[in-house]
Design a protein around this ligand. Structure first.
Ligand code: WQD
Length: 340
């Protein structure tokens, strides 16, 4: 069995990816510091797949922890690197935390990979690297625009670090995946998103409002240059997204030495407005969500959606889950975790 290290594997996208890796026959070792996740996620993974992944509680920014991990779990062939801080607002207030966490962890992995014969790394990046696009849908050749947040900058810098390392001849391969807006939960409701505190992202705020944990959802602006005035995003189901990682891992491990770095956009290719997403949730679940229109949120991009045709063609991957099903899964998960 091919052994894969998943950093941040108890997190939201990480846990869904561990499930898909295990179901595809990979052996998984997780490292996570549990800063934004919960050890019980391992139970959820085990309930779905019947396999409890190996787990190391630790920090990828600590190179000695990593050395010990590679020694204790020999033969790791590939890494999927999710572990990172990801709150845009927090990054503006605590830039050093973001630079240290997100960059040091990648440096440590890249440094140790040749030493422990790890062939490749799949890197978790974001459409945030494109900033406000000149046109939509956006493909991988679009320009990288200056990012407005330290979080976004860490993703851009990490992509450059990987690129420079590989072009300098390091004996490793990489696939960089730029996600659009991941939403939803596993249909089993065994795993899903577990936001800490007041959610900043749309779907957890919406589902918490539907569950009466929050009074009202605020739609941040209805005066954008879009058909209904609210922002447009490419909402991608987290299970579809997780499956893309398995395909990327397989492809990366089979890659010839000459093409050692590839970049893919992962999205549906469909732009959906914030108001359309709310409609989808209400239609799919039959639950009404109290909401009001508020002012624009600073730093928001008006509209962005993916051209995923490179991933469709080269990876043979495309999204499958319908948005209404995604909303039903998000709601089922929220109901499961809502305290009664
Ligand atoms: C989506 C839309 C909001 C909350 C961010 C990061 C990105 C990525 C995912 C990940 C926007 C609107 C939101 C609310 C609202 N990073 N909204 N009311 O900003 O597209 O992307 O998360 O780790 O890098 O920038 O996602 O879910 O915050 O917002 O109206 O209470 O929903 O204005 O238009 P965003 P989001």
């Amino acid at each position: 069995m091919t052994k894969i290290l998943v950093t941040g594997g108890t997190g939201y996208i990480g846990s869904h990816t561990v499930v898909e890796l295990q179901e595809a026959g990979y052996e998984v070792v997780i490292i996570d510091n549990l800063s934004n996740s919960n050890i019980q996620v391992l139970d959820g993974i085990e309930h779905i797949t019947g396999i409890r992944p190996d787990f190391v509680e630790g920090d990828v920014t600590d190179i000695n922890t990593l050395r010990k991990l590679f020694t204790d779990y020999p033969g790791i062939k590939g890494i999927i690197h999710f572990a990172a801080s990801k709150a845009v607002n927090e990054s503006v207030k605590k830039p050093l935390l973001y630079y240290r966490n997100n960059i040091t962890s990648l440096l440590n992995l890249l440094e140790l990979m040749p030493e422990y014969d790890v062939a490749g790394i799949v890197f978790s990046s974001s459409c945030t690297v494109y900033g406000e696009p000149d046109q939509n849908p956006i493909d991988e050749t679009a320009p990288i625009k200056p990012s407005t947040s330290p979080y976004g900058k860490t993703k851009q810098i990490c992509e450059e670090i990987i690129t420079d390392t590989i072009y300098a001849g390091a004996p490793i391969k990489s696939i960089i995946l730029r996600y659009f807006n991941p939403v939803g939960a596993h249909p089993s409701a065994e795993i899903g998103e577990l936001p800490l505190g007041v959610p900043q992202n749309l779907i957890p705020y919406l589902t918490q409002t539907a569950a009466a944990i929050r009074d009202e959802l605020t739609i941040f602006g209805d005066d954008y240059n879009t058909p209904d005035g609210s922002c447009i995003r490419d909402f991608i189901d987290v299970v579809d997204l997780a499956k893309a990682h398995v395909i990327a891992m397989r492809r990366m491990l089979e890659m010839k030495d000459t093409d050692k770095l590839e970049i893919f956009n992962l999205g549906t290719g469909q732009g959906l407005s914030v108001l359309e997403l709310l409609e989808s949730f209400e239609r799919a679940t039959g639950v009404k969500v109290p909401h009001k229109i508020g002012p624009r949120r600073e730093g928001d991009i008006e509209k962005i959606w993916a051209d995923p045709s490179k991933a469709n063609r080269v990876l043979g991957w495309k999204t499958e889950v319908d948005i209404d099903d995604t909303m039903r899964n998000a709601w089922r998960w929220q109901q499961k975790i809502t305290p009664t």
